[in-house]
Design a protein around this ligand. Structure first.
Ligand code: MD6
Ligand code: FE
Length: 214
């Protein structure tokens, strides 16, 4: 992939790192279908605050849909076919979630992305995610697709060490970020979400992270 202006935003430092695409408003076409699907999934598999391996309660509430779900507990981070809270499989991946992820990956230059895991994160004001790498997946050739809904948030995107000062991307409702290739193992996180009211989602930010885990 070439560094390109195609996916840069007026507010972003340009160019973005190779392998990172910011697709502003890309998910708005699927807005109603996504919100309806999220309501159904979270009714079946409730959002909950997981524990980090270090014993901290995460400020972000999480659930999953699709064949595999990302979980964290005292034993570590991993993917599981069963929801540990219910002892049952995660709800199926709703078609619109898969569709937006496949379309976004393709728009970012990743053909034939087929997600098998969708993490749903709910941030209330003050919730945050510290800088980390996504490395619980088997194959780093597949990109990560991240769909932002509801309250805005600053997405932090760093380099391959924690020391690089991260870029700050102000994501809003409907934005999709895709990272892969040379950016696949970049450190990333979310700054504390500021208080506010979103017309569709109220006082929260929802993030969908779609991945190929196996
Ligand atoms: C976000 N989430 O919620 C970004 N990564 O906007 C993540 O980067 C993430 O929630 C790995 C595992 C869980 C996550
Ligand atoms: Fe992550």
């Amino acid at each position: 992939m070439q560094e390109s202006d195609l996916f840069t935003s007026s507010d972003a430092p340009r160019p973005l790192p190779v392998g990172l695409a910011w697709l502003e408003g890309f998910a708005l076409t699927w807005e109603d279908a996504l919100l309806e699907a999220i309501t159904r999934v979270t009714a079946a598999a409730p959002l909950r605050h997981l524990m980090t391996p270090g014993g901290q309660r995460m400020s972000v509430a999480m659930t999953n849909c699709g064949p595999l779900g990302w979980i964290s507990d005292r034993c570590g981070y991993r993917y599981s076919a069963l929801d540990p809270q219910r002892g049952e499989p995660w709800p199926a991946l709703p078609a619109p979630l898969r569709e937006v992820a496949v379309a976004a990956a393709r728009a970012a230059g990743f053909e034939s992305f087929e997600p098998d895991a969708c993490l749903i994160n709910a941030y209330t004001p003050g919730a945050r995610m510290s800088l980390h790498q996504d490395r619980d997946e088997r194959d780093f050739n597949a990109p990560i697709v991240s769909v932002s809904l509801g309250l805005p948030a600053v997405f932090l995107f760093g380099g391959d060490t924690r020391r690089n000062r991260p870029l700050r991307l102000p994501l809003t409702h409907g934005d999709v970020v895709v990272w892969g290739g040379p950016a696949r193992l970049a450190f990333h996180g979310v700054a504390p979400v500021a208080d506010g009211q979103h017309p569709r989602l109220g006082r929260q930010r929802i993030n969908l992270t779609l991945r190929r885990a196996r």
